[in-house]
Design a protein around this ligand. Structure first.
Ligand code: UD1
Length: 420
């Protein structure tokens, strides 16, 4: 197993190119199941989760030709409709194939994803919505068995709670359904918006894109032709590197980024003292030597993302004063706190609220990555810690950060990838 070794540094300097968004790529790859042609996707990040989903599709019989940041996916030769436990257990987002396989083939089996480090993460809303569309769903021996031999039928669905992959799953299911589906309380994340836009550009009419009420006009079982497209930039990767600049009080430029998707993150960084120069696709962060404390509540887009909570918590350890960070989406998303405490952070946890009593002197030590974004919080802390920090279990980082070591090294970080 590999680990990352970082040495605390004075500052970073230069430009980081932001990769395509992992969380946009996953539903867009699943969407190729709806296509009758081979689909070209550009600007994919080179991360393990993408390989996992492509492997899942390959196991079903699809062909996937992935090199550099491009993939050509042909799903016309899919013969299998079962997503097995060995893959699903490594990536919960595998559930994204349920909607498209069921709507195209009339049946699908997907292993239940099970628990997760950051919370229970049920998929009841995905299943309830598919049942409303006429699917028969049984849970047997750890598998979801879904069937709709005559196709799914559009209907009115109201999500009890906003779910990102749930929204994507039902949009894809509705795309080939008979009639119209209205989805109320839909997620409005940019990754969901891109899925809608691509479908809408390729023969599935969708109204209300970017709003909480989507109306999807199904094709009545007909697969669609999907033209080549490019994945949107990764707003969470971008946010993480902005925090790297802020915590090291460095000026950094991010290129190939979409500033509009980062409004809530930029607003919080501004409150903490940073300022920015923005163009259409770059952000230059001008840091402040005095990092101010902050109050953050994680919520659905366009509010502050839960996927940036851990990184801001690391940043708050360097703020002059008391920051309060409340996690509203996942019940157990503070696993990074105990590792940061081992580095010297003064953090008190009370349920879903973390109080950070800055400013803390951090010291390098051995720490363990516990989930994807928690791992990046440890990288940020290590950048300003005294001495050497070894971050173990970095397979979590590999799931979602494209060339993190190389990107940080290129702007001056002292970071090595070593074998245990
Ligand atoms: C997606 C993102 C993840 C991000 C999360 C919240 C991908 C691949 N992953 O995860 O990075 O942290 O959105 O922005 O895009 N819920 C239910 N029942 C359901 C579905 C969800 O109760 O059927 C609950 C979840 O437990 C959670 C909340 O709804 O408390 C939001 O979860 P959801 O938006 O579904 O997260 P994911 O789509 O899994």
């Amino acid at each position: 197993m590999d680990y990352l070794q970082l040495e605390g540094i004075k500052s970073l300097n230069g430009t980081i190119k932001i990769s395509g968004a992992k969380n946009a790529s996953l539903p867009l790859i699943a969407m190729t199941i709806l296509a009758k042609n081979s689909v070209h996707i550009k600007n994919l990040p080179s991360v393990v989760d993408i390989n996992t989903l492509l492997k899942l599709l390959t196991n079903l019989g699809a062909s996937c030709d992935f090199h550099d940041d491009k993939v050509l996916v042909n799903t016309s030769n899919i013969t299998e409709t079962k997503a097995t436990y060995d893959i699903v257990k490594t990536m919960r987002a595998s559930i994204l194939v349920l909607g498209p396989i069921l709507t195209r083939f009339g049946h699908c089996e997907v292993s239940l994803p099970g628990g997760c480090a950051i919370g229970q993460r049920p998929i009841d809303l995905h299943l309830k919505a598919l049942e409303q569309m006429g699917a028969k769903i049984d849970i047997k021996s750890g598998y979801i068995e879904a069937s709709a031999p005559n196709g799914l039928v559009g209907c009115d669905i109201i999500f009890d709670k906003i779910t990102v992959t749930g929204t994507a799953n039902i949009i894809m299911a509705a795309a080939l359904a008979h009639g119209n589906t209205t989805l109320t309380n839909a997620a409005r994340e940019p990754e969901v918006v891109q899925l809608c836009e691509i479908l809408n550009d390729n023969g599935v009419k969708i109204e209300g894109i970017g709003t909480a009420i989507l109306s999807i006009h199904g094709t009545g079982g007909k697969c669609i032709d999907i033209k080549e497209f490019s994945v949107i930039p990764d707003r969470i990767e971008a946010g993480t590197y902005l925090c790297a600049a802020a915590i090291t009080r460095s000026e950094l430029t991010l290129s190939h980024v979409e500033p509009k998707h980062l409004s809530s993150v930029l607003a919080k960084l501004q409150e903490m003292g940073s300022s920015f120069t923005l163009t259409k696709d770059t952000i230059t962060i001008h840091p402040s030597s005095d990092i101010k404390p902050v109050k953050i509540v994680t919520q659905e887009y366009p509010a502050f993302p839960t996927d940036m909570q851990a990184q801001f918590l690391a940043l708050a350890t360097q703020a002059n004063g008391v920051s309060i960070i409340e996690e509203r989406l996942f019940e157990n998303r503070f696993m990074h706190v105990s590792e940061l405490q081992r580095m010297g952070a003064d953090i008190t946890l009370n349920g879903n609220i973390a109080t950070v009593n800055g400013k803390n002197t951090l010291s390098g030590t051995d720490v363990m990555a516990t989930d994807l974004r928690a791992s990046s919080a440890l990288v940020l802390a290590a950048l300003v810690a005294d001495g050497i920090t070894n971050i173990h279990r970095i397979y979590h980082l590999d799931r979602g950060y494209d060339k993190l070591k190389e990107k940080l090294q290129a702007v001056g970080a002292k970071i090595k990838r070593l074998k245990e």
